[in-house]
Design a protein around this ligand. Structure first.
Ligand code: GAL
Length: 691
């Protein structure tokens, strides 16, 4: 190659690099899609809060930190439509283009969580009515009525304008509809819709009256329009149906915008909304049905990351679509809304980011980039301060950015697979929360009491609804599955008959699909399969002793007295001396059914005994740790690809730990083959092994 050829190729390479970094300008005036890594670091950016002359400096700082995604627009309705029907999206177009020039793709949020003042003034009926009958007002957000036809019309028109403008923009990768659905409305129109919805579910009032046992307290309805809205306390059938109506209404609220986006956007642009982990204001399985991708906002609030509870929330979110998801918002250090808004420790934000990726997130996006000078959230954590210069955390964020870029080639196309599933349903959580029977009974804590030891052993657990396909799991656990539909019962029975091991936890199948009591004792329609049943349940003030195969320990909060009918049922644990009724009676039983097995655990076991129970459950089901044993405090997250498996390791304990690997692996972040890795407090390793 002569000198001029060399120069030519150098220029070509430079041009390619320049295009990657800056995005090439297309003939249309739009910029080409920036080439981004498979694992994205992102941030919420509010260009409408800053003069356009400042944007480039912000975007350059983002680019330097390895940020490749901004989410914009989700509260900017008053800027997008300053007067009714007069849309101004020019500025947003500039922002998207400016971001692309810095190698940053955009997710556009529809602004329906924050309607403009002119809208609520002109159409006050679009404001929600609160539980106490007062109308909400302008000045905060989420003050709209989710069921109101006029509001939906205006929100849809706004979303349509956005989709028409950005639906083919190469650097817009996706859409977020609204923001954190939460507030519902108690106005007469919403109530009328609820009554219509009930009519569609129950067909006749006779049917509804029977299934809700409304002869109780003279609740019988003679006309659909007599049915009230009840929350927290009321007829259990009515309470459950109100929450199902709320879920369906959020779904249709979302669909109203989703349809116009789909009609005007490239199919490559995903549509999502940002959910809230364990929040139970609606059934997330219902709402997620129409989305392409699940996403959630992951905040620690006061204290420090609890990798178990937070990890389970990731797994829950992954279960909404059964695939990788996004962390659409997370805290850059601290928040402004907890009782004490302490900052996460140095290194903890990075550890949390890798914990997110390990659980199946493909994007981690920080809320927010820079402190708004005024507005309700001035004290919230940011990456850049009000002065526009980097906060101390900026360097840690940049490290995450560099690491995501480095690990992206091996993580691309990988996903999480688990041998263990935990079943979760909103119906069951609501049903228990409305009638806890022991004020300390928290259905999420019940799930976590199983999740914690099972995840530690298997190093990966799925959380899925009870009607999900279960054939890929060696072990399926159903803690607190209080409401059991016929379809779910059939699914579980089939799972056992096909050779699976099903573990039922306390409070299983007390309720049918109308939140009525099953006329059989627990486990309701699974009683014959179990060959035993619950004779009585007891809410506990004091813990009761338990003893047996899993050692001696305690049951707390709740104890179910089990009996065995069939001779092949094995008693695993018995209660010790307590209230007389429970003394010496079975607390856990199991039965082999062909190649499958069904187990019932009637006691809420203490941590150590539960760990033993989890050992037994996994051993007998053939569940193995994904990587192999690791020291306590170190978490392992496997992600599987076609050619290799990636193991992410994070040390959450204060002490350093060395993990010996079962085989030589590539250390992705430090480079080179390794047979062991030493992790400091909040230390991270990303390892890959070929298949
Ligand atoms: C989220 C919300 C964001 C921001 C953040 C602060 O719930 O979606 O807009 O308010 O909280 O932590």
């Amino acid at each position: 190659m002569n000198t001029s050829q060399r120069l030519f190729f150098r220029c070509l390479a430079f041009a390619a690099f320049f295009a990657w970094i800056c995005g090439a300008t297309l003939a249309t005036g739009q910029t080409a899609a920036p080439q981004t890594p498979a694992i994205l670091l992102g941030t919420a950016w509010y260009p409408e809060q800053w003069p356009e002359s400042r944007w480039d400096a912000d975007l350059a700082l983002m680019q330097k930190a390895g940020i490749h995604m901004v989410r914009v627009g989700e509260f900017a309705w008053s800027r997008m439509e300053p007067t009714e029907g007069q849309y101004d999206l020019e500025w947003l177009d500039h922002a998207v283009t400016a971001a692309a020039k810095h190698g940053i793709v955009t997710v556009i949020g529809t602004p329906s969580a924050a309607p403009p003042a002119w809208l609520t003034q002109k159409y006050p009926e679009t404001l929600r009515t609160m539980e106490d009958g007062r109308r909400d007002q302008h000045g905060n957000r989420q003050q709209f009525n989710f069921a109101n036809a006029k509001y939906r019309e205006l929100a849809r028109a706004m979303a349509e304008q956005l989709a028409k403008r950005f639906g083919h923009n190469p650097s817009v990768v996706g859409w977020q509809i609204d923001n954190e659905y939460a507030n519902v409305s108690f106005d007469p129109e919403t109530r009328a819709q609820f009554q219509q919805w009930l009519k569609a579910q129950y067909d006749t009032l006779d049917n509804l009256n029977t299934r809700w046992t409304t002869s109780y307290w003279s609740e019988t309805y003679f006309d659909w329009n007599q049915v009230p809205i009840q929350i927290n306390y009321g007829n259990p059938g009515l309470l459950l149906n109100w929450m199902r109506f709320v879920s369906g209404t959020w779904r249709s609220y979302q669909k109203n915008q989703l349809e116009v986006i789909r009609a005007n956007a490239d199919p490559r642009q995903f549509i999502t909304t940002n959910m809230m982990g364990w929040f139970n204001g609606y059934d997330h399985y219902t709402v997620a049905q129409d989305l392409d991708l699940a996403a959630w906002d992951d905040y620690v609030g006061q204290g420090h990351l609890d990798p178990v509870k937070n990890g389970a929330a990731h797994d829950l979110t992954r279960g909404f679509k059964g695939k990788n998801f996004w962390v659409m918002e997370t805290q850059p250090g601290g928040v402004n809304w907890a009782s004490i808004n302490n900052w996460l420790d140095k290194g903890e934000v990075r550890a949390m980011a890798w914990h997110d990726i390990g659980h199946g997130a493909d994007t981690v996006s920080y809320w927010q980039w820079r402190s708004a000078l005024n507005g309700q959230e001035q004290y919230h954590g940011t990456i850049v301060g009000p002065d526009g210069t980097p906060d101390p955390l900026y360097e840690e964020i940049s490290q995450i950015g560099r690491e995501f870029e480095k690990a992206s080639p091996v993580l691309a196309g990988t996903s999480v697979k688990s041998e263990v599933a935990i079943l979760h349903s909103y119906d069951s959580r609501w049903a228990i929360e409305w009638q806890k029977h022991n004020k300390n009974y928290d259905p999420v804590e019940e799930i976590l009491s199983y999740y914690d030891p099972l995840r530690a052993i298997a190093q990966s657990v799925d959380i899925v609804p009870p009607t999900a396909s279960l054939s890929q799991y060696k072990l399926v656990v159903a803690p607190g599955l209080n409401v059991l539909s016929d379809a779910a019962a059939k699914n579980l029975i089939e799972y056992v008959n096909h050779g699976g091991h099903l573990v039922l936890g306390q409070r299983f199948a007390m309720k049918d699909n109308d939140n009525g009591l099953w006329p059989q004792r627990q486990p309701g329609p699974l009683t014959d399969l179990l060959g035993g049943r619950v004779e009585q349940y007891y809410a506990l003030v004091d813990a009761v002793p338990v003893d047996g195969k899993w050692g001696a320990g305690e049951g707390q909060l709740w104890a179910e007295l089990l009996s065995t009918k069939d001779p092949d049922v094995e008693v695993l644990m018995r209660y010790g001396k307590s209230n007389g009724w429970l003394d010496g009676q079975p607390a856990a039983i199991t039965r082999k059914v062909g190649k499958g097995r069904i187990t019932y655990l009637g006691a809420w076991l203490d941590k150590n005994t539960m760990a033993e129970a989890a050992n037994w459950m996994t051993d007998i089901s053939g569940v193995k740790p994904a990587l192999g044993p690791v020291p306590e405090g170190v978490e392992v997250y496997p992600r599987y690809g076609a050619k290799s498996t990636v193991y992410i390791l994070v040390n959450f304990s204060k002490a350093p730990h060395t993990v010996k690997l079962p085989a030589t692996m590539q250390d992705v972040l430090s480079g080179g083959p390794v047979q062991a890795v030493t992790l400091q407090h909040y230390g991270v390793a990303v390892l890959t092994s070929s298949k």
